[in-house]
Design a protein around this ligand. Structure first.
Ligand SMILES: NC(=O)c1ccc[n+]([C@@H]2O[C@H](COP(=O)([O-])OP(=O)(O)OC[C@H]3O[C@@H](n4cnc5c(N)ncnc54)[C@H](OP(=O)(O)O)[C@@H]3O)[C@@H](O)[C@H]2O)c1
Length: 247
């Protein structure tokens, strides 16, 4: 997909990977819609970007997600891209996971991307196509003690994303998944519970959020199925797959 002139919704755009993705999409000529709860942050970022719109949204609330998409359609008349990026971690050993915390991150990491996809699909279908990128995590592709609860929510998202890709291909809607590894954002300070995996120091060098943003924009442009931002064990080169899989 060509980003220039497109309308791109980025959830969790108030910091980290979402803010970097919004900036990069705007630099490629997209009209960006910033969704998150911290209104001041998305308003400030929107003021920096041409034709950007900031809409305070708690992505766990179906009514707010519906209002977000309605507002985008009112303003721009279309939605070309959805980046399901809002997410939160929970890093505790299994026996210490509280069900309320797990429920809260399941709502955000798994239900919210579903709600957002459901909200944009009708207009994308009417337009004849669109692109959706779901932001997962490398923790869902490895076995990492202390990250089981969080990784399980992202593993659920992976399956949803892969099935959505097959279901929506006939409508020209291309669904892709990005798997970030450790990235230098506020994520590690805003866990729902627990503390940063790895304790005081990282065994790996965190990726900058701009690197993940490049991968997300690359997926939108290429239509590839997935990109794994592998870290450390292969020299850090991203692994791509699946452009040939688009029907
Ligand atoms: N950083 C990493 O190491 C890493 C690794 C793998 C995957 N990821 C994934 O990357 C994505 C982005 O995370 P990040 O690293 O950029 O972390 P971040 O800086 O903490 O950003 C998280 C974003 O999610 C938003 N958010 C949280 N709860 C929300 C809600 N209820 N409704 C709407 N927005 C909400 C936050 O905005 P508000 O608080 O303003 O709502 C914030 O903009 C997440 O899905 C995360 O799981 C991160």
């Amino acid at each position: 997909m060509e980003l220039d002139g497109s309308v791109v919704i980025v959830t969790g755009a108030s910091s980290g990977i979402g803010a970097a993705t919004a900036r990069l999409a705007a630099a490629r000529g997209a009209r960006v819609v910033l969704a998150a709860r911290r209104e001041g942050r998305i308003a400030d970022l929107a003021a920096d970007l041409p034709e950007a719109l900031a809409i305070r949204t708690d992505m766990r609330d179906p009514a707010q997600v519906g209002r977000l998409v309605d507002a985008v359609l009112d303003r721009f008349g279309r939605v070309d891209v959805l980046v399901n990026n809002a997410g939160q971690g929970l890093h505790l050993p299994l026996e210490q996971i509280g069900l309320d915390d797990l429920r809260a991150i399941t709502e955000l990491n798994f239900y919210a991307p579903l709600l957002a996809m459901q909200a944009v699909i009708p207009s994308m279908r009417r337009q004849g196509g669109g692109a959706i990128v779901n932001v997962s995590s490398m923790t869902s592709r490895m076995v990492l003690p202390g990250a089981g609860g969080y990784a399980a929510t992202k593993a659920a998202l992976n399956m949803l994303s892969q099935v959505a890709r097959r279901e929506l291909a006939p409508d020209g809607i291309v669904v892709s998944t990005v798997y970030p590894a450790v990235t230098a954002t506020e994520f590690h300070q805003s866990l729902a519970a627990g503390s940063r995996v790895g304790g005081g120091s990282w065994a790996v060098k965190p990726h900058p959020p701009e690197m993940v943003a490049e991968a997300i924009i690359g997926l939108i442009e290429s239509g590839e199925e997935e990109v794994l931002l592998t870290q450390g064990w292969d020299g850090g080169a991203p692994a791509h797959r699946g452009a040939e899989g688009v029907q």
